[in-house]
Design a binder for this molecule. Structure first.
Ligand SMILES: [Fe+2]
Length: 173
């Protein structure tokens, strides 16, 4: 597991992101998602500085599961709701494509050992794709989603999302 300090730092960065998301008008599930985005980025940048291979493996497993369960729960709860509206159907489809690619990248990287020369470029590629995905969500998808779904629905979706992510995590190895 990441040590206590890594977790505290990542959580703090997540909370700052949630506040920033709220000031941009995002609520409920969208602030939760922005919070988790920042936590994941903080843990990923920390991972590169972990030299102990066993610790690196443990942290990588935590991050991989967090990201995969995040995307899957997002699809099942948030983007499925956006799929119901004409205005956001395109966003939901584009998201599904990106999430699929992201999961494949995560799976591929999981198969490369940390001492393999291919690990670092593959890892950098993952971080780049993830940052692009996050930027599209926070700048484009979430604001439109917030507008279409409205405050009440996005508040309710937060609980549904958290439960779905827990179920996904429990299912993963
Ligand atoms: Fe996503």
């Amino acid at each position: 597991m990441p040590n206590q300090m890594d977790k505290v730092v990542a959580k703090a960065k997540g909370k700052v992101a949630a506040v920033q998301a709220r000031t941009k008008g995002l609520r409920g599930v969208f602030t939760k998602l922005a919070e988790q985005h920042r936590e994941a980025i903080a843990l990923l940048s920390h991972l590169k500085n972990v030299d102990d291979l066993e610790k690196r493996r443990e942290l990588w497993t935590v991050i991989r599961k967090a990201l995969v369960s995040h995307e899957r729960a997002e699809i099942s709860e948030v983007y499925s709701a956006l799929m119901r509206y004409e205005a956001t159907r395109g966003i939901a489809s584009q998201h599904a494509l990106e999430a699929g690619r992201l999961e494949t990248t995560l799976e591929e990287l999981d198969l490369v050992s940390f001492d393999d020369v291919r690990w670092e470029p593959a890892f950098e590629q993952l971080v780049l794709s993830l940052k692009g995905h996050i930027a599209r969500e926070e700048e484009e998808f979430f604001p439109v989603g917030q507008e279409v779904l409205g405050d009440d629905a996005v508040q309710q979706l937060e609980d549904a999302y958290v439960r779905a992510q827990r179920r996904e995590l429990a299912r993963m190895i």
